[in-house]
Design a protein around this ligand. Structure first.
Ligand code: URA
Length: 194
């Protein structure tokens, strides 16, 4: 983790950081993954989304949120006039797919958090959206998405809103009501900060 901190801090641009992660060999997930999944969307956007880890589709394409959960995410964002073509930046806590999409281990998360933190520092968003428990654990050191969602937290000095993960919403569509409330909250916050 100390090596990760040093390597991440030394990166002075997003492309540096991507290269540094590509060369980082201290996270076992890298071995089982086809691709490094770094980000998608607009670097420098006011809104940055942090998901969990690549799934099968993301691992194949090297881009975050391109599978079914990603399609739902795009529809959710579109409802508040956000999209990756113009005003959203998207990444994950883990840049490599865990085997069989298992939950990431605590050591895998803590090893990669320094890179995530540097990623946020370099991207400089106005707000962060934390998708699901793993993202809240990595960024806020808190768990319990049902309790956390809809309440702004502080992520390294940036306002961060926990939300239900779109993959969870695909399994529990009745929870979309809460997700809708959270999307309106983001829209209001962006308006207030503008
Ligand atoms: N779920 C995530 O958390 N991230 C992705 O990129 C895809 C699915």
């Amino acid at each position: 983790v100390v090596v990760a901190q040093q390597v991440a801090k030394a990166a002075n641009s997003l492309s540096d950081l991507r290269d540094a992660m590509g060369h980082f060999d201290h996270c076992d997930l890298k071995r089982g993954a086809r691709n490094l999944v770094f980000s998608d969307g607009q670097a420098g956007a006011r809104v940055m989304i942090i998901g969990e880890a690549p799934g099968r589709d993301e691992d194949r394409q090297g881009k975050p949120f391109v599978g079914r959960a990603g399609q739902l995410l795009d529809r959710m964002l579109d409802a508040i006039d956000l999209n990756r073509e113009s005003n959203v930046y998207i990444t994950n806590v883990l840049p490599w797919r865990p085997p069989q999409n298992r939950d990431p281990l605590p050591i895998e998360i803590s090893m990669m958090v320094p890179f995530l933190r540097r990623h946020v520092e370099l991207a400089q968003p106005d707000v962060l959206i934390l998708m699901g428990n793993i993202s809240c654990q990595a960024v806020l050191a808190k768990r319990g998405i049902t309790r956390l969602r809809g309440n702004w937290g502080d992520a390294w000095g940036i306002p961060a809103l926990p939300m239900f993960h779109p993959a969870y919403l695909l399994r529990q569509p009745q929870m979309k009501r809460q997700a809708w409330a959270d999307l309106l909250e983001i829209k209001a916050r962006l308006g207030a900060l503008a």
